[in-house]
Design a binder for this molecule. Structure first.
Ligand code: NAD
Ligand code: DAU
Length: 356
């Protein structure tokens, strides 16, 4: 790990990507970290203010759909590795416009694979294409069981279908062309810099502003939550110690039914905002369900724990409390990301798609 390397991190201006970029820039001063991002509505360079002037960091505004730009970037930087996080990531948006997900998540990933394959061809030594994926590719669980690395793919939303396709392409490039590759499938992340269209940051923002909390369906859907910095630590470990061609599941060992999580969030926020107990819970509003809504996700993270020694470092109560504090201390960030395009999406999403 003392040798110098150049790593392209895609989607580094997004939620998880910004934590991965920050970790690598700070932990590996002898690496050169290139953040490749198109800066869509979800990409925000404000997420990286604290490291933007670091000598081992640079940003390149490139769209994955621009194959020529990807090739030029590979020639310019000659990267040793790629950590691929850029994606369209929100399930509800994928229901409104599936093709955007096919373009970025499938075509964009294949463009990136082609650039890596072309540039590295004949010399795969020391190279790695690391693809960051999701537990949603495995479909939905009933009351029992956990997703393992061997669970067959069964995606239900356009988002998870597009991520499943991208995973298959990465493995196909490994099997067909010998491209060194690893894939990780992670559960729901939460933490600072999470765009407020996803459950936890949306509800924090709405509680601050005393707006309704739109719980889909009966609220009994279950997700397995992981603090984003623990995901970034897992990515660091897999990048350096994961085995070529392998898949690792990453999860929080932390299942919550949506409604129970929302009530916990309401209680914590009432305390932190000095509001009357029960004030935020009164904002809960049940709305029409998400179509194709997966009932339960839960990850068996035993393999990464046994083989690489990874486990989450933060309890959910600690992580959630830190997350709420971060949003309360960064209201400017929230204001900036909730202006413009997001407001328009919010209008469409909650006045049409989820109107009861
Ligand atoms: P995000 O939506 O916050 O960020 C995505 C980033 O990708 C943004 O910076 C955006 O500008 C960039 N991007 C989008 N389209 C692009 C394109 N065509 N070209 C270049 N850049 C583009 O996403 P996130 O929540 O940080 O998720 C990151 C990755 O992790 C995704 O691949 C997602 O599928 C996966 N993942 C997310 C979670 C989660 O809970 N958020 C869990 C498991 C896996
Ligand atoms: O499981 C990993 C996935 O987690 C990632 O691959 C995705 O990129 C990420 O967005 C996330 O997907 P989810 O669909 O699970 O996350 P979301 O925050 O959209 O929803 C979490 C749960 O909360 C889900 O059951 C739907 C519900 N929900 C969501 C929103 C936005 C509501 O009840 N109301 C809401 O307004």
């Amino acid at each position: 790990m003392n040798e110098s390397k150049t790593i392209v991190i895609t989607g580094g201006a997004g939620f998880i990507g910004s934590h991965v970029v920050r970790l690598f820039v700070n932990k590996y001063p002898h690496y050169r970290i290139v953040n490749l991002d198109a800066l869509t509505y979800a990409g925000n360079l404000e997420n990286l203010r604290d490291i933007e002037n670091a000598p081992n960091y640079c940003f390149e505004k490139v769209n994955l759909l621009d194959a020529g730009a990807l090739e030029r970037l590979f020639v310019q930087y000659a990267p040793d590795g790629v950590i691929h996080l850029a994606a369209e990531s929100h399930v509800d948006r994928s229901i409104l416009s599936p093709l955007d997900f096919v373009y970025t998540n499938v075509v964009g990933t294949v463009n990136l694979l082609n650039a890596a394959k072309t540039h590295w061809s004949g010399n795969f030594g020391g190279k790695l294409f690391y693809h960051v994926s999701t537990d949603e590719v495995y479909g939905a669980l009933g009351d029992e069981g956990l997703f393992t690395e061997k669970t067959p793919y069964d995606p239900h939303s356009p988002y998870s279908a597009s991520k499943a396709a991208s995973d298959h392409f990465v493995r196909a490039y490994h099997d067909t062309y010998g491209l060194p590759a690893v894939v990780t499938n992670c559960s729901n992340n939460y933490g600072p810099y999470h765009f407020p269209e996803k459950l936890i940051p949306l509800f924090i923002n709405n509680i601050i502003n005393k707006k309704p909390l739109p719980v889909y369906g009966d609220g009994l859907y279950t997700r397995d939550w992981l603090f984003v910095k623990d995901h970034a630590a897992a990515i660091d470990l897999v990048y350096h110690q994961g085995k070529n061609g392998e898949t690792y599941n990453i999860g929080g060992f932390n299942e919550w039914k949506n409604i129970e999580l929302v009530k916990l969030l309401c209680r914590l926020m009432d305390q932190k905002l000095n509001r009357r107990e029960g004030e935020s819970e009164a904002l809960i509003t049940y709305v029409k369900d998400r179509p194709g809504h997966d009932r339960r996700y839960a990850i068996d993270a035993g393999k990464i724990n046994r083989e690489l020694g990874w486990k989450p470092s933060v309890t959910f109560e600690e992580g959630l409390s830190q997350t709420i504090d971060w949003y309360l201390e960064n209201e400017e960030w929230l204001k900036h990301v909730t202006s413009g395009e997001y407001q328009q999406y919010y209008q469409t999403q909650y006045t049409t798609a989820h109107a009861s």
